[in-house]
Design a protein around this ligand. Structure first.
Ligand SMILES: Cc1cc2nc3c(=O)[nH]c(=O)nc-3n(C[C@H](O)[C@H](O)[C@H](O)COP(=O)(O)O)c2cc1C
Length: 122
């Protein structure tokens, strides 16, 4: 069996901070195990807030009205077998960077939920 395609999302603004170290260690282990790993440090990307415009809804959750880095990242997420998401705890929940990132999944909502449902079945 070939290696899996793994995507790691590191959302802390602190490069080399605690959760980013965990991402790096995960990446190292997965690569050593023969998997194809891409790590994305969210602070290096341009991801706007979801504007709630409803454009993706009218297009059956397949396209976002905004043109920033999120479109390419979503395409890579859809191709991935494994998605790793790391966040520091900020006021009992995920950090704002991770929430902003997740809100933008809306544009591929139908596709991503079908992938999640499939992996829950496997
Ligand atoms: C704005 C902010 C809010 C935080 N809220 C919590 C919290 O609710 N609970 C907690 O245990 N730690 C909290 N922390 C501490 C961080 O979770 C902790 O320092 C964490 O290791 C940071 O992760 P990082 O090194 O990956 O950036 C908070 C830190 C910041 C900056």
């Amino acid at each position: 069996m070939g290696g899996k395609k793994v995507i790691i999302i590191s959302s802390s603004p602190r490069r080399g901070g605690n959760s980013d170290i965990l991402c790096d260690e995960f990446q190292k282990g997965a690569q050593e195990a023969g998997h194809d790993v891409e790590k994305i440090f969210l602070k290096d990307t341009k991801i706007n807030y979801c504007s709630g415009c409803g454009f993706c809804n009218t297009n059956n959750y397949t396209a976002c009205s905004q043109k920033d880095d999120m479109n390419e990242i979503l395409e890579n997420i859809i191709k991935a077998d494994v998605i790793v998401m790391a966040t520091p705890v900020y006021f009992y929940t995920m950090c704002g960077q991770m929430k902003t990132f997740i809100d933008r999944w809306c544009a591929r909502y139908t596709h991503i939920t079908s992938l999640i449902n499939r992996s829950n079945r496997d």
